[in-house]
Design a protein around this ligand. Structure first.
Ligand SMILES: [Zn+2]
Length: 274
């Protein structure tokens, strides 16, 4: 599942579509479209900006609409700059939605599991969604002070669950919620209320360091994730604990363990992480 670094990479790739215009839309799976008159409302719309909102890709369109795309499990947006769309010539059965653009060819939406969603929302609705969502951990608003407040508001959680709680911090999923505590040398099941002042600082820094490094490396391609050019990221080569159960810790040689927390696997080194 694409997390913040993967979605940010796609959004960065799609900046090239700013001020382009959507001239056509094709779909063979309209269940994924969560708004009425979807096609009607996007045709002819100019793209004002492309942004990331937690794990969503948000195209701001002229006329005050926002096209929100959630890639979910297997969604992929592929930009084909020199292509024109033709249903007859399409050989990929996983292409379910296609945007034709005035200047930049076509934007294909591939989705093997067909659970990704596309939704058109108004500015007002977008504000409401933003209000209930947690803070973006790579934004300027994510200060140590703010982080401490969040820890207090979620004091009963352990580190792993806290990092995954989208109402506290938005955009972190299972991969980075395992890698961040390893980097911070903190046991993922420690209660956040038990953290000492210096550990709070270390955890705060680890969130930034790991997410920023993952963005730099264009995300983690373990299964389906690809960037907007269809290329793999490379942070999978940097993973220290995620899905490394039974392997040796790179720092101390201890066997990496796995524990299930809230139905999600959590990976850690019992010697390095306290
Ligand atoms: Zn270790």
């Amino acid at each position: 599942v694409p997390e913040l670094p993967e979605v940010q990479t796609v959004v960065n790739d799609l900046q090239i579509l700013t001020s382009d215009t959507i001239t056509g839309f094709w779909t063979d799976f309209d269940k994924a479209l969560k708004s009425k008159n979807f096609t009607q409302n996007i045709l002819g719309a100019k793209i004002v900006s492309v942004q990331r909102m937690s794990k969503n890709i948000v195209f701001e369109l002229e006329k005050g609409y926002f096209l929100m795309i959630h890639l979910k499990m297997t969604g992929k947006l592929l930009l084909m700059e020199h292509k024109t769309w033709s249903m007859e010539q399409n050989t990929d059965k996983h292409v379910h939605h296609v945007f034709s653009l005035k200047n930049k060819g076509v934007l294909e939406f591939h989705d093997i599991r067909k659970v990704a969603t596309l939704e058109l929302v108004s500015q007002k609705k977008l504000q409401e969604i933003l209000k209930i969502r947690g803070i973006d951990p790579i934004s300027r608003d994510f200060t140590l002070k703010k982080f401490k407040e969040l820890l207090i508001s979620k004091k009963n959680k352990n580190i792993k669950s806290f990092l995954m709680d989208q109402s506290a911090i938005a955009g972190i999923g299972n991969i980075y919620a395992s890698e961040i505590p390893y980097h911070a040398k903190l046991h993922p099941l420690r209660k956040v209320s038990d953290l000492k002042a210096n550990e709070v600082k270390i955890l705060y820094k680890a969130i930034r360091v790991i997410l920023e490094k993952a963005i730099q490396m264009r995300g983690t391609s373990i299964s389906d994730y690809r960037d907007a050019n269809g290329k793999r990221g490379s942070f999978q080569h940097e993973l220290k604990v995620y899905k490394k159960t039974g392997e040796n810790c790179k720092k101390c040689d201890t066997i990496i363990e796995k524990v299930v927390v809230e139905q999600r696997s959590t990976f850690y080194c019992s010697k390095c992480q306290h």
